[in-house]
Design a protein around this ligand. Structure first.
Ligand code: AMP
Ligand code: MG
Length: 419
């Protein structure tokens, strides 16, 4: 089956699948622009993508303030050996006072500097008798003062649109007094597992059946990529049942992701189900390993990505295609791949892009990737040790030890243990 673009163009695909870069371009074209913005309370902002550039509302600090518990003074008043009378007091939260001529003004950390003062002497550096202080060494003007706007100046650019917000942004935005922020609507993704052998965890397995691991894996993965994930029970390998599930899901989501049944075997019905509903596929097979049977296109106004059934192949398809589409929909920039040295050699024939499970680690100030085996797209155990896929491009020959590779990371495992 050739792929048909949305405009009806027949896209030829050779038996080995379209080159990976071409497939990615076609899949990215499914998400032309970001979803509309919405406003969320600051507490709900982590994980969301900022919809507009944010500028600072306020100078921070808001006012010249003391950085220490001590005494505010005017350096011009200080005479060697003289004692200064303590003539006022300001604590944090109080309005600024005025420094009386020739006096020392008791001040606490975070309090506004009294008018007329130009330095703060730390309390550890004075001899205080309760009414006066003696100063051993005069401070320089500006000592122990946090100047208004020295951290953030009102009006300055703070956070760029497209930034994935986290607790750091929450701290700055809260400090600036933003109660809420404009973010992109979360992409709504429906997940469907297909295969008559699949049972949910918790159920009893009859002979020949297996637990569905793809759906929980992808649901967790997509939620971590800021998607609002909807799931439904797996459907058997039956075109009518798959059609019914696809039609129901397409009405409510931005993207449908299926796993398995996407090739052309006797029990692969997803593509037929999709074409039966009038769907268009822009990709039906990709020159990649693992994961050659991978389809993407439209079902009405809903995007569709059909991933392979083998767990590592489904993951490779999700990392390579679903993540960039979700990024586009939420308006975030595509993450640059990590560059790391291969701690392995590997045979690779040009002709298809290969995604090799690896663990990123650091040895002697250099980022390396260890290959995580054994090979096999049906395996789950490599996931426990892998933190990304090293990408061996289609044109590439054998991978040599020490060579630099692009790595698409999918977990925060960066350690040196042999685990
Ligand atoms: P298929 O793409 O339908 O040929 O499936 C390829 C392999 O992946 C088969 O061994 C399936 O049993 C397995 N598989 C398919 N779907 C899942 C799933 N949701 N969870 C775990 N394994 C699956
Ligand atoms: Mg199957």
């Amino acid at each position: 089956m050739n792929a048909i673009a949305r405009d009806g163009t027949i896209l030829c695909c050779d038996a080995g699948g379209v080159p990976f870069d071409e497939a990615l371009a076609r899949v990215l074209a499914l998400a032309a622009g970001p979803l509309p913005p919405e406003t969320v309370a600051l507490a709900a902002a982590p994980g969301r993508t900022l919809a507009t550039d944010i500028r600072a509302w306020l100078d921070m600090p808001r006012f010249d303030a003391s950085a220490m518990d001590g005494y505010a003074v005017r350096t011009g008043d200080l005479m060697p050996g003289a004692r200064l009378a303590i003539v006022g007091r300001t604590a944090a939260g109080e309005p600024p006072g005025t420094l009386a001529f020739g006096g020392a003004h008791r001040i606490l950390t975070g309090a506004p500097l009294p008018a007329g003062a130009d330095a703060v002497i730390a309390q550890e550096n004075v001899a205080c008798d309760g009414a006066t202080i003696g100063i051993a060494a005069a401070p320089l003007p500006g000592a122990n003062i946090r100047r208004r706007g020295e951290d953030i100046a009102g009006g300055q650019a703070l956070i760029a649109a497209g930034t994935r917000l986290d607790w750091r942004h929450v701290a700055v935005l809260a400090g600036q007094g933003f109660p809420a922020v404009p973010v992109r609507r979360r992409p709504r993704v429906a997940l469907l597992s297909t295969g008559r052998e699949l049972r949910e965890a918790g159920g009893r397995l009859s002979p020949g059946e297996i637990h569905d691991s793809n759906l929980p894996m992808l649901a967790a993965l997509f939620a971590g990529w800021d998607a609002e994930v909807r799931t439904r029970p797996a459907v058997a390998d039956d075109a009518a049942a798959i059609s019914a599930a696809l039609a129901e899901m397409a009405a409510n989501v931005d993207l449908i992701v299926t796993t398995a049944g996407i090739s052309v075997g006797d029990e692969d019905h997803v593509r037929d189900a999709l074409s039966g509903l009038g769907g268009n596929l822009a990709v039906v097979k990709v020159a990649m390993k693992p994961g050659k049977p991978l389809a993407a296109g439209w079902l009405g106004d809903c995007r569709f990505i059909g991933l392979p059934g083998n767990p590592l192949a489904a993951l490779a398809g999700a990392v390579a295609f679903v993540r960039p589409v979700l990024g586009r929909l939420s308006g975030s920039a595509m993450a640059e791949p990590l560059r790391a040295r291969a701690s392995f050699a590997m045979a690779h024939r040009p002709g298809r892009t290969e995604f090799v499970p690896v663990r990123v680690g650091q040895h002697e100030a250099c980022v390396w990737v260890d290959r995580i085996g054994p090979d096999g797209s049906g395996r789950l155990s490599p996931l426990l040790r892998a933190s990304g896929f090293a990408c061996v491009p289609e044109w590439h020959g054998d991978v040599r030890w020490g060579e630099m590779l692009d790595v698409a990371t999918f977990a925060n495992v960066t350690d040196n243990s042999d685990g």
